[in-house]
Design a binder for this molecule. Structure first.
Ligand SMILES: [Zn+2]
Ligand SMILES: [Zn+2]
Length: 416
């Protein structure tokens, strides 16, 4: 037997998966976002430039397709924000802010665990050319509404932090380095490397000793310039006006190079150690990192569809999941009635009803058992007597009541 590739999985029931996408799409269309699609295959260069060479994603998690010419290297996209920005810059003039969403599979070569897959699905929301911090506040409120009102989630929290501008981080780096030099011997091996390559990322360390040490580290929110300080203050006030509860988490930096100012994560204890199910932030410099001459301050976020579906599983009964249509099982008693059964199935299907043809059983009993198993509401039984009389027997599965109905009246009988 051939199993799935490690870190991938089959969805045999897509009801929650589709519910997450359809509900989020409907929700954000009401805030004037529109759907786009971008390819799963992208130039590797796109992520080297946007995510940063020293991020885990680029340095060890990319599924790259080997090529003779390095400049032609392509990969399976590890995330969608850089793709959306690439698409925006390629399209040329758009009215701003450009508000779009995109969903689909992403790929990262990570160690699989609960809620973490190598092929995973994201719903991305992006606002390109959206300078005001009010966009951040309003979008966070939209996410909050989606999770609490539509998805009925209750045990989650919104963590936010403010990374300031590039200048603020440049000011902080030597201070952070001085702090790390003081405690160099106690740092884990990963943090020693990060100190040299991308010092802000030390805050992502999961090592307990590092984590407790960093509680006394200099934080970016204590070293903001005047205009960033004002925006950070404004963001908090606006979230309060919108009644969005949040926790300021000064160690939240997100892994990727393109973030500045607002970063956030929605986390849930239901997910174990991979506890973030929606995350994102502001990426004001991404356009220029990708070669644009114009700055496009932007804000975006991704919902982990696999993780949200996992969280929704115990809440199924509370959700407005689409109800399946009533199934009409058509049961000829023997192959002698197959022609009539086919014609009746065709007639009902043409009339817009949902049909299932049950023709593989060897007895009425086994066929009725099948009809029950698929959850049929009606069984339409056709035997020699019915063929003779121009009727069918309609059995309402719930009540067990069986009625003879003239064939030409069948559609109107079932639709009443
Ligand atoms: Zn600043
Ligand atoms: Zn560490």
């Amino acid at each position: 037997m051939i199993g799935p590739v490690r870190g991938t999985h089959d969805w045999l029931d897509t009801s929650l998966f589709n519910f997450v996408i359809a509900t989020a799409a409907h929700h954000f269309k009401r805030a004037n976002f529109s759907e786009i699609k971008t390819p799963v295959l992208e130039p590797t260069e796109l992520f080297k430039r946007s995510l940063g060479l020293h991020t885990d994603v680029v340095s060890k998690e990319m599924f790259t397709i080997a090529s003779h010419d390095e400049s032609d290297s392509i990969c399976l996209r590890p995330e969608a924000t850089a793709s959306v920005m690439r698409a925006f810059l390629a399209a040329g003039q758009q009215s701003l802010p450009w508000k779009v969403f995109v969903h689909g599979p992403m790929f990262r070569h990570e160690r699989p665990q609960k809620g973490r897959f190598r092929e995973f699905h994201q719903f991305n929301l992006e606002l390109i050319g959206a300078e005001s911090i009010a966009h951040d506040a309003f979008t966070l409120a939209l996410f909050e509404q989606l999770f609490s009102q539509q998805f009925k989630l209750d045990s989650y929290a919104l963590l936010i932090n403010f990374l300031g501008c590039a200048d603020d981080r440049a000011q902080l780096r030597p201070k952070l380095n001085a702090f790390l030099d003081m405690h160099f011997d106690t740092l884990c091996a990963t943090c020693k490397v990060r100190k040299e390559k991308n010092v802000m990322r030390i805050f992502d360390c999961k090592n307990e000793q590092c984590k407790s040490l960093y509680q006394t580290a200099p934080y970016i929110t204590d070293h903001l310039c005047v205009s960033c300080e004002k925006e950070w203050h404004e963001l908090k006030v606006q979230l309060e006006i919108l009644a969005v509860s949040y926790t300021h988490t000064p160690s939240l930096v997100r892994g990727l190079d393109y973030y500045d100012k607002t970063v956030f994560e929605f986390v849930s204890s239901a997910l174990g150690s991979q506890n973030a199910f929606c995350s994102g932030g502001r990426y004001n410099a991404l356009a220029t990192m990708l070669g644009s001459k114009t700055d496009y301050p932007s804000f975006g976020a991704a919902i982990g569809i696999d993780r949200v579906a996992l969280m929704l599983e115990p809440l199924r009964a509370k959700l407005a999941l689409p109800q399946p249509a009533a199934i009409h099982a058509i049961i000829p008693l023997s192959s002698a009635q197959h022609h009539l059964a086919l014609l009746i199935a065709d007639l009902l299907f043409d009339a817009g009803l949902t049909v299932e043809l049950i023709v593989d059983g060897d007895s009425i009993k086994s066929m009725m058992r099948k009809a029950n198993k698929i959850g049929a509401q009606y069984a339409i039984i056709i035997g020699p007597d019915e063929v003779e009389a121009g009727t069918v027997s309609v059995k309402t599965m719930m009540t067990g009541i069986e009625e003879k109905v003239v064939q030409r009246d069948l559609v109107s009988f079932l639709k009443k």
